[in-house]
Design a protein around this ligand. Sequence first.
Ligand code: FES
Ligand SMILES: [Fe+2]
Length: 323
Amino acid sequence: MSIVEACESRTNTTPEFPMGWFSVARSHELGVGEVTRVTAFDREMALYRTQSGRPVLQDAFCPHLGAHLGVEGRVVDESLQCPFHGWRFDPDGKCVEIPYCQEIPERARIRIWHCEEKHGQIWIWFHPENTLPQWALPDVPEFDDENWTEPRFAEFDVPAHVQDIAENSCDPVHFQYVHKQAEVPPSEVTIEDNGRILHLNSDAKDAEIPHKLHATVFSPGHALVHTSYGPGAEMIVYNSAQPVDRHNTKMRWSLIVRKEIADMAGDQVMQGIIDGLGDDYPIWANKVHKHKPLFCREDKTLVLFRKWVRQFYLTSADQRETA
Ligand code: FES
Ligand SMILES: [Fe+2]
């Protein structure tokens, strides 16, 4: 039988960006009065911290003549000043001063993206229509618990769409072929009643160091992986993503462990994560996104993932409603 479908180009089926919480910086990277540029969701943004300490994330380009406010913009009290002609914008995006003109045009505004600071990171609530958050950032009490270590960080630029990276966690077979793991413990994927949170549980009781793993996936690219080797021997890898464009994603990991095992689980765990990504890298860098993959009967968790992930995108019906 011949294949009659059109040959896929590298990019034509790559999805848009899912809605959800995504990190855009670590808190310590943005001091009071500092400004930085953020490239995310195929857009340019400016991120600054006001003199009172509040992070503000906005579109980058000045409505006046288009200068990038994230490059040499200046924080003045609770506002950001454009480096080109000095117009100032407040945290609501409203122009509050034009230094050489008394009258501020009505339309002198810049788009603000909802952002919050939690667990040592600055997060954007991303929705293609820039809505308010539809769910809250999760609490991770272990970050403030004195029985747990301070976080260690790792970052990695991945040449893939955020959805394809997230999909790997529901792909048990690739652990064998890509990561060369001989025994992949069976994992169970379940979806919470509200339909939004996906859980992955596996019990590696036959591993060299037996352990249980529980991953909570809040949205594509935002997950918490809790591994337990026994009472008091636990670690958490908190994973956040910054989709840069449709083919590139910056991943950020924060690792915390119970102090009891602080000496055993640290840098080498982070190195393990980075090495694991190195295995995935050539696949990610060269694959296309299959909009309609050809699944076989045993690809159950992948099928479940694809059903789950749909809710994070606007359907064409949603877009018509709001058009
Ligand atoms: S371009 Fe920003 S003030 Fe002119
Ligand atoms: Fe992988």
